[in-house]
Design a binder for this molecule. Structure first.
Ligand code: ATP
Ligand code: MG
Length: 200
């Protein structure tokens, strides 16, 4: 019995690089909530990370996300925040998506670590008026709570204790990136010489 798919999921991130944890979150939420599409929304300038470590260029991160979603139904890389330019605030993104499709329900997907920090986001109180918050558990953060008074949908996913930080370390030290990254993502990393991988 085919179920009509409605709703648009947005999984925002730095995606430096995009890994199976991101894909699992997007695929599992899309399936559980019968969403039509999930956008992997590549932050142009993730202000909470800027200055704390070197970030790959937005164009490199977008190329990796485009490579990561190849072949996955209903997953798309979005360059909306990159095209907008400047510091990235999710509130701006949700407002644009809402204006573009007023009748489409928006689902803002995040791991439990991000949910715990949501109260530090720019104009975070307004996000709940625009989208339903969807939280997926992430290793080590299983009892994360959204800001008080918020409602959230929780979607259980298999815990994949993997992060982009760990994968950057792996790339730098020449340890295996597979199976944590899709092969086309590994190809992008190598051809763009990211994470010191060109000399490994
Ligand atoms: P970094 O180590 O650089 O912070 P990351 O792996 O946390 O990278 P982000 O781009 O910061 O990746 O995360 C984007 C979104 O994906 C966040 O909402 C985060 O919680 C979620 N996410 C990242 N990794 C996982 C994972 N392994 N399982 C579930 N959700 C994840
Ligand atoms: Mg992170």
């Amino acid at each position: 019995m085919a179920q009509v798919r409605r709703g648009l999921g947005i999984l925002g991130g730095t995606f430096d690089p995009p890994h199976i944890g991101h894909l699992a979150a997007a695929i599992e939420v899309r399936s559980a909530l019968h969403l039509e599409r999930v956008l992997l929304m590549v932050a142009n300038d993730p202000w909470q990370k800027t200055g704390t470590r070197p970030l790959s260029k937005a164009s490199d991160r977008f190329a990796m996300v485009s490579a990561a979603v190849q072949g996955f139904d209903g997953l798309e890389a979005s360059g909306l925040e990159i095209d907008r330019g400047g510091v990235t605030y999710t509130i701006d993104t949700l407002q644009v998506l809402r204006a573009a499709s007023p009748d489409q329900h928006l689902f803002l997907i995040m791991g439990s670590d991000a949910a715990t920090n949501l109260h530090t986001w720019h104009r975070y109180e307004e996000l709940q008026d625009l989208a339903t918050l969807v939280i997926v558990d992430r290793d080590g953060d299983s009892d994360a709570e959204p800001p008080s008074g918020w409602s959230a949908v929780r979607v259980p996913i298999p815990r994949l204790d993997i992060s982009s930080s760990e994968l950057r370390d792996r790339a730098r030290s020449g340890r295996p990136l597979s199976p944590f990254l899709e092969v086309p993502v590994i190809d992008e990393i190598r051809s763009r010489g990211l994470y010191g991988s060109d000399d490994s």
